[in-house]
Design a protein around this ligand. Structure first.
Ligand SMILES: C[S@@+](CC[C@H](N)C(=O)[O-])C[C@H]1O[C@@H](n2cnc3c(N)ncnc32)[C@H](O)[C@@H]1O
Length: 281
């Protein structure tokens, strides 16, 4: 379950690991941007929020706001919380559309009950499993996080948290605390047989238990290994999304494919799909 190399969570507190240098990589390294955007897209797909209705989404461990940009691009409003001032500085510099606040999720989510329709988190929650000082008790911090998350979601709201558990015990610790806080749901594993592409998404429901979406498998599109590239400047978000322009044919086809994967009824693709309509008078 553990990823290759020394895990960042073992190298000290997140606010020190995600320093200026690390934050810069998030906005300049095309591979890192690509990974964040793909995982955010998948998290949004698993959330199953209505596509034609904007939602108010909380992004936990929002970092530089790349995930938030994806949410904005899909027509949602968002607020992010993160423990790293350096990551948030990048988000502010990039003038992301969402509001960001500095905070430690392990101390609870500081919003009024029922504020958010949904929540996402990308590669953040496993940080709560490590104690960085004597007073840090992972189970307690996880419970504090999940119970406050339960409260800030509307009844029936969902959270999809992509995470990198170190081992099955850690995953169990996380899911146990989520259940104790009142959530139902479970873990969706994409590409379970691929060491490189395997991803865990903890899907939580704050209302009655719902059916869990299926994980992706090797039969579906596999992630291709890509080289890291650095540029002198920041990579505009649209380029990072490989130039997929909103309302373009490619954008419409992507959206239709996603709805099909969600089991929704979608009209077949034709030569007219995504074609610009003539203006009406
Ligand atoms: C992989 S980064 C997420 C990047 C983000 N999706 C983006 O678009 O830039 C994980 C983030 O989790 C944050 N994090 C880790 N532990 C946290 C905690 N206890 N409370 C809040 N944020 C935390 C880190 O500071 C880091 O920015």
């Amino acid at each position: 379950m553990a990823s290759r190399g020394r895990r960042p969570e073992l190298q000290g507190p997140p606010e020190l690991y995600y320093d200026k240098n690390e934050a810069r990589k998030y906005v300049r390294n095309s591979r890192m941007i690509d990974v964040q955007i793909k995982m955010t897209g998948r998290a949004l797909e698993l959330l199953c929020v209505p596509e034609d209705k904007p939602c108010y989404v909380l992004d936990i461990g929002c970092g530089t706001g790349l995930s938030g940009d994806y949410l904005s691009d899909e027509g949602h409003y968002w607020v992010g919380i993160d423990i790293s001032p350096a990551m948030l500085d990048e988000a502010l510099d990039r003038e992301t559309q969402g509001d960001v606040i500095l905070g430690d999720m392990g101390q609870g989510i500081p919003f009024k009950p029922g504020t958010f329709d949904a929540c996402i988190s990308i590669s953040a929650v496993q940080w709560l499993c490590n104690a960085n000082k004597k007073s840090d008790i992972p189970a307690r911090r996880l419970y504090c996080f999940f119970s406050s998350l339960y409260s800030v979601l509307v009844r029936g709201g969902r959270a999809v948290l992509q995470l990198y558990p170190e081992n099955s015990e850690q995953l169990e610790l996380i899911t146990t605390q989520a259940t104790r806080a009142g959530f139902t749901g479970g873990v969706v594993v994409d590409y379970p047989n691929s060491a490189k592409a395997k991803k865990f998404y903890l899907c939580l429901f704050s209302g009655p238990s719902a059916s869990l979406p299926e994980g992706l498998s090797e039969d579906t599109e596999e992630e291709k290994p890509a080289e890291s590239t650095f540029t002198a400047g920041r990579i505009p978000y649209r380029i990072a999304r490989r130039g997929v322009v909103r309302k373009s044919r490619e954008w419409v086809l992507e959206k239709k494919a996603r709805r099909r994967r969600q089991g929704k009824e979608v009209r077949p693709d034709t030569q007219y799909t995504g074609r610009k309509r003539k203006p009406r008078f």
